[in-house]
Design a protein around this ligand. Structure first.
Ligand code: ADP
Length: 720
């Protein structure tokens, strides 16, 4: 049966290969073995039960915790040509009866239900006689009281399984990896000698960064404006804060939605739909938002506050880039967040043991916010993975893009003012005194008589506040833990004053652009939106961003080429293929892109083809080969990323151009591209293996070594 899996993957889902872990999990399920698959958000858990479900003779029941999640997956499956349905409390009695009738008469391959459905003895009795081959439990951690989404009705599942005459294969799927949760799942679901898969938690397409003591509002606004064409989520810790940010963004003409548990169901559904349909770009939300969304094209997740632990952070941040496209996860940290989370823990009625556990987790995420080591490594090690590198080159700490600013003078003025105000006031009063404000409170308290009154009158008030926040984030100041946080000096500040040490703060460089999308992508996106409106399905279910991006880059010209695009299955091609092919062809004509010359950028190896590549760079491209244009731009001082954006081609292509120049003996210094410590390593490996086969060389090297580096070093070996 398994041999058919790959065909199913291609035919329905439009993917050529399984991702890490998927193949093995599917094989085991098809052989009749229970599995527990622990894979991070976005890794592709759904395929692991959807492919077997298509292949099994009977039906598959998928137990899923949220109505919106079910609807999304069912819509998606029906779009792909797989018969699926769901039964939950959103249906009328008639709809439920019709669907149960459909199940009994074999109309569906997959049936999604919420665990609560199993409390209906009527439903269980009806379904008992159906041939159930497989039960998949999505978000299986919900069964464990140690998980953040604990749901009592998940406990009904094992009873339901026992109640069936023939025990189906059971598959449990989750992104939560802790030992206690894992053991709870196995025990409480009564899995039968399950094979446990932990596929690794790395999400390579996500760029992580932490910014301490920023002016959050301003940062968020600049970020959102810079990424106007992308979708993002902004998480804040409290409803009040979400409302505050929401209003601020609305005032600045951002298409934004608000989501928190205090809004009516109707309002929440409305705004969630708008986000799903790309009618709004940004969602400002508390952690109530997310578990039910399957939106694959979220390009960034910004946390306005530090969440309670790394599990919650990784899950929320992980809602970015589920389609595998480059995306960004930014945590804006302020020491006040620690107080807030401490307050939340104190307010719960958890046992002492659990509270201690929560405090330990809070400590770990606080350390994440302060660490200067690789953020990716920190997260992965937290989840128990062995990481054999120190530098991932793909996080804010490894690519430190900030500059250090000497604020010794300002800091000392602030410390002195805090001291003279007897460490009894909050940030705003300190700012007022330094600014020399005539505020009534300042005068009444006699603070205008202090020697530090007006000491920073030439500075902007916001600037002073920002510096106070930064100093608190860097541990020079401390805010007390009560209703009115008062600023205190820490030992670090006192020592800095005593020793006259210099104090620096980090100023982030300009906000990076996640990924530049070109003109054709925007055209294809608008076609997708039209289809989504007619078909009443969200745009990302029509085609993922990754598919559109590949179409815009590869410019398929016919059915065969279109079917080669990642995420395009046969049914999708039949439904929408022509529309997109036509738009691509019109675009190519308009831009005089010669079909023969269109770029084949698919894979490293394919791009190695020796054919001269010409792309549309206006008049110049008609005479000068594309790789030479890249080379000239590089020599003029542009980075490869910049060239990629300006020319609207992929980074891979730009790198191929550089390799070609190196092969031709042009002046290309490999040290400009490869960290020094790897050059010898790569060249020794090539010599040792005595091969030029890229894959063999890559496999023998540390994971972080890029194909691009190997190709460059390989040229040097050849030239020698
Ligand atoms: P998870 O449930 O683990 O969070 P999903 O099942 O929603 O992840 O999958 C995330 C994205 O990855 C989806 O857009 C899905 O279509 C895509 N995907 C899954 N498997 C593959 C694959 N083998 N090749 C390419 N994309 C895949």
């Amino acid at each position: 049966m398994f041999s058919n899996s790959k065909n199913i993957l291609k035919k329905y889902f439009g993917y050529d290969d399984f991702r890490k872990g998927q193949e093995e999990i599917i094989k085991d399920v098809l052989k009749g073995r229970d599995v527990l698959a622990i894979m991070p958000t976005g890794a592709g858990k759904s395929i692991c039960f959807q492919v077997p479900a298509i292949l099994f003779e009977g039906i598959t029941i998928v137990i899923s915790p949220l109505i919106s999640l079910m609807k999304d997956q069912v819509d998606n499956l029906n779009e792909l040509g797989v018969k699926a349905t769901y039964i939950n409390s959103s249906l009328t009695e008639k709809q439920t009866t019709d669907r149960i009738y459909g199940i009994l008469t074999g109309m569906y391959k997959l049936v999604y239900i919420a665990p609560e459905r199993l409390e209906s003895s009527n439903f269980c009795a009806l379904i008992k006689d159906v041939n159930i081959s497989f039960i998949a439990i999505d978000e299986a951690h919900c069964i464990s009281q140690w998980a953040h989404d604990f749901r009592t009705s998940y406990k009904k599942i094992s009873k339901f399984i026992e109640f069936l005459d023939t025990r189906p294969v059971i598959g449990a799927y989750t992104a939560t990896a802790t030992e206690v949760v894992k053991n709870d799942i196995i025990k409480l679901l009564k899995l039968n000698e399950p094979k446990v898969y932990v596929t690794g938690f790395d999400r390579k397409n996500l760029y992580f960064s932490v910014l301490r003591g920023e002016n959050n509002q301003e940062y968020i606004l600049s970020y959102v404006l810079k990424h106007k064409d992308s979708n993002g989520i902004i998480y804040a810790a409290t409803r009040k804060e979400t409302e505050y940010i929401y209003k601020f963004l609305v005032k600045n003409n951002v298409k934004v939605g608000l989501y928190h548990a205090g809004l009516s169901d109707k309002k929440r559904e409305e705004v969630q739909n708008k986000f799903a349909y790309d009618d709004i770009n940004v969602m400002v939300a508390t952690n109530a938002f997310g578990m039910g969304i399957d939106k694959s094209n979220v390009r960034y997740v910004i946390h306005n506050n530090m969440p309670k632990n790394l599990e919650a952070y990784y899950q929320e941040a992980g809602r970015a880039g589920r389609d595998g496209e480059k995306s960004e996860c930014i945590l804006l940290f302020n020491p006040r967040d620690i107080q807030l989370q401490t307050y939340f823990i104190e307010e719960t009625c958890l046992s002492i043991e659990r509270k201690t556990n929560e405090y330990e987790k809070l400590r770990s995420i606080t350390d994440y916010c302060y660490t200067s080591q690789c953020l990716r490594k920190y997260i992965l090690e937290y989840f128990g993975e062995n990481v054999n590198y120190d530098n991932c080159n793909n996080c804010g700490n490894c690519n430190d893009e900030s500059t250090d600013k000497d604020i010794s003078l300002e800091a000392k003025k602030i410390f002195s003012c805090v001291y003279r105000m007897k460490e009894k006031y909050g940030t705003h009063m300190i700012t007022d005194v330094l600014k020399g404000s005539k505020n009534k409170k300042v005068i009444v308290n006699g603070l205008n008589k202090l020697s530090t009154y007006g000491l920073m009158k030439e500075y902007d008030k916001k600037f002073i506040l920002n510096i106070i926040n930064k100093l608190a984030a860097d541990g020079y100041l401390r805010l007390t833990n009560d209703g009115y946080p008062v600023v205190k000096l820490t030992n670090r500040a006192i020592e800095a004053l005593k020793d006259n040490t210099k104090i620096f703060i980090k100023i982030p460089k300009v906000i990076r652009k996640i990924q530049g999308y070109g003109e054709l992508f925007v055209i294809l996106k608008s076609i997708r939106k039209e289809i989504s409106e007619t078909e009443k399905i969200p745009p990302y279910i029509v085609f993922a961003d990754a598919s559109l991006n590949e179409m815009a880059t590869n410019m398929p010209k016919n059915k065969k080429e279109f079917l080669n695009i990642k995420g395009v299955g046969e049914l999708k091609y039949n439904k929408y293929g022509e529309k997109f092919l036509k738009a691509i062809s019109v675009y190519m004509k308009e831009k005089s892109i010669n079909q023969e010359d269109s770029i084949d950028l698919r894979l490293d190896n394919k791009a190695e083809s020796k054919k001269e590549i010409l792309v549309n760079d206006g008049e110049k491209s008609k005479k000068t080969p594309s790789y030479i244009i890249t080379y000239e731009m590089f020599v003029e001082g542009n980075s490869l990323d910049k060239i990629k954006d300006i020319r609207n081609i992929s980074l891979q292509t730009v790198q191929e151009h550089i390799v070609k120049c190196k092969e031709e003996g042009k002046d290309v210094n490999i040290k400009d591209f490869i960290p020094e410590k790897y050059i010898n390593l790569i060249s020794n490996t090539i010599v040792e293996l005595n091969t030029h086969k890229l894959k063999l060389i890559k496999d023998a090297l540390p994971e972080e070594v890029e194909y691009f580096w190997i190709k460059l070093v390989r040229c040097t070996c050849e030239n020698n």
